[in-house]
Write a protein that binds this ligand. Structure first.
Ligand code: AMP
Length: 216
């Protein structure tokens, strides 16, 4: 089976989580979503969760040091051996630089950075409709017929609306994305690693574009 070690880059609501789950299902690469990991820490009231909660509720980024430690521990796990998908990390240039160091230490080479591009107007609409599984992070759109309180189609947990998908927080998250994360597009372009994908259209079409970019 093809092994790939990739980053999925894109604004909140660009479809990173949805596509990462599909890649995980098809190729069994570890799906590393720092957002899902942090939400789990908040639910379990761990020390990390306590430190991250206030930032997440405001749509701000959690400190680089916390996130880097989290990813470092995660990348050492056995399920990353045959590939991984970083979803929501890195989100700042500091994180990207630290990731480079970490991958060098681990003798791991990235296969590419898939950047999913969706216009801002579309993002705001999608996030207002977005509902997610509280446990596995599966994403649905309200207009597809699943809403808060329904059961997740993928695991038995409940569908919820993320607190940070409320309109005021969404505005802040998009600003944070513009200011702190979008410089990574240039960062990876300069390294010849960027694989841009049009993020508009059906989930299947976007998935196919990602596979094409990864030569799969
Ligand atoms: P996400 O599910 O990826 O949208 O992440 C939800 C929230 O978790 C973000 O708004 C941040 O508060 C926090 N978060 C997730 N990943 C990171 C990261 N790489 N760096 C800093 N904060 C993060």
């Amino acid at each position: 089976m093809a092994d790939r070690r990739i980053i999925l880059l894109g604004a909140p609501g660009a479809g990173k989580g949805t596509q990462a789950i599909r890649l995980h299902q098809q190729f069994n690469w570890a799906h590393i979503s720092t957002g899902d990991m942090l939400r789990e820490a908040v639910r379990n009231e761990t020390e990390l969760g306590k430190q991250a909660k206030a930032f997440m509720e405001k749509g701000e980024l959690v400190t680089d040091d916390l996130i880097i430690a989290l990813v470092k521990e995660r990348l050492a796990k056995e399920d990353c051996k045959n590939g991984f998908i970083l979803d929501g990390f890195p989100r700042t240039v500091v994180q990207a630089e630290k990731l480079e160091e970490l991958l060098q230490e681990l003798h791991i080479q990235l296969d590419g950075v898939v950047s999913i591009n969706v216009p801002a107007e579309e993002i705001v609409g999608r996030l207002s409709q977005r509902r997610v599984c509280e446990k596995c992070g599966y994403v649905v759109q309200k207009e597809d017929g699943l809403d808060t309180g329904d059961n997740c189609p993928r695991c038995p947990a409940k569908i919820i609306r993320r607190k940070d998908d409320e309109p005021e927080t969404v505005r802040n998250r998009l600003k944070v994305y513009e200011d702190q994360t979008s410089p990574l597009i240039r960062f990876y372009e300069e390294r010849g690693a960027l694989k841009p994908v049009e993020g508009i259209g059906s989930i299947d079409d976007i998935y196919q574009r990602i596979l094409d970019q990864l030569e799969l």
